[in-house]
Design a protein around this ligand. Structure first.
Ligand code: ADP
Ligand code: MG
Length: 263
């Protein structure tokens, strides 16, 4: 039986700052199985990034517990890789140097470690760019470098926060296929945040719909096998795709249970 590798148990999170306290996430329960690909969708401000930050250990829940691989999370670990919407590559470092920074920070500099980075750069079609600098690369290439950097430390779990949203449509579709096939082959556990319903359907095993004010899980939808088994580009042509799109659209349109106070 597959084991749940990410577990949120009745998690709530309150941000406190000089303007007061804000309940960003309330009573969330979520289980993600080893090797599963789960997408989070929902309106801006519903707590998607907060949820990833909680799983990564960057912030601690105000109430409840987050477990990764059976252990309560108390700080960031190399088990979890976090990739943000912006690539945050260092402009003064080459592509190779950017891709290997995580390993470098861990003090991993053996020939085998270098081979991991080179192999990933090759898999991502970046082997000819290893000596280039970020400004010489397209947006899609930069996101691929950021993905290599995240994968190089060999995390079991990947948290992807809108990784394709700044890209043009065609690049985004190509990258979806590349990421889905790469992560699938490595059997990674993935939590993807996206505002694109078609991307969520095309890439995931399961979609979690969140609502805002406060952030809560509204519903979960399983993606049918035929769509799951296809790569994202052809997944969009499978029967059942449009029906699922409309179902999710309806869930997102449902009125909030609580009054809206912020976007
Ligand atoms: P999403 O990623 O779904 O857009 P976030 O998780 O970023 O949502 O934010 C959820 C809510 O928490 C939002 O209303 C946001 O304004 C608030 N929030 C996020 N980060 C902070 C913070 N550091 N301090 C105070 N409020 C925050
Ligand atoms: Mg966000």
């Amino acid at each position: 039986m597959r084991q749940d590798t990410v577990v949120l148990q009745d998690v709530s999170h309150v941000y406190v700052n000089n303007r007061g306290a804000f309940l960003a996430v309330e009573h969330m329960n979520l289980n993600v199985a080893q090797g599963e690909f789960v997408s989070l969708i929902g309106p801006s401000g519903c707590g998607k990034t907060t949820l990833l930050s909680l799983v990564s250990g960057l912030i601690k829940p105000t109430a409840g517990t987050v477990y990764v691989a059976g252990e309560p999370v108390s700080q960031p670990t190399s088990k979890v890789g976090y990739m943000l919407q912006q690539d945050y590559l260092f402009p003064w470092r080459t592509i190779y140097e950017n891709a290997s920074i995580g390993l470098e920070l861990m003090g991993r500099k053996t020939a085998a470690d270098k081979e991991i980075v080179n192999q990933l750069l090759d898999d991502m079609g970046l082997s000819r760019a290893i000596g280039s600098y970020p400004h010489q690369l397209s947006g899609g290439m930069r996101q691929r470098v950021a993905l290599v950097r995240t994968l190089a430390t060999e995390p079991d779990i990947l948290l992807l926060d809108e990784p394709f949203s700044a890209l043009d449509y065609q690049t985004k579709l190509q990258l979806e296929d590349l990421v889905a096939s790469t992560l699938g082959a490595l059997n990674k556990t993935v939590i993807l945040v996206t505002h694109d319903i078609t991307e969520a359907i095309a890439m995931s095993d399961r979609i979690v719909v969140l609502q805002a004010n406060p952030g809560r899980i509204r519903t979960e939808v399983k993606v049918p096998t035929a769509i799951r088994q296809a790569l994202p580009l052809t997944a969009r042509e499978q029967s059942g795709f449009h029906e699922l799109f409309h179902e999710l659209w309806k869930h997102l349109e449902e009125k909030e249970v609580h009054p809206v106070n912020e976007g």
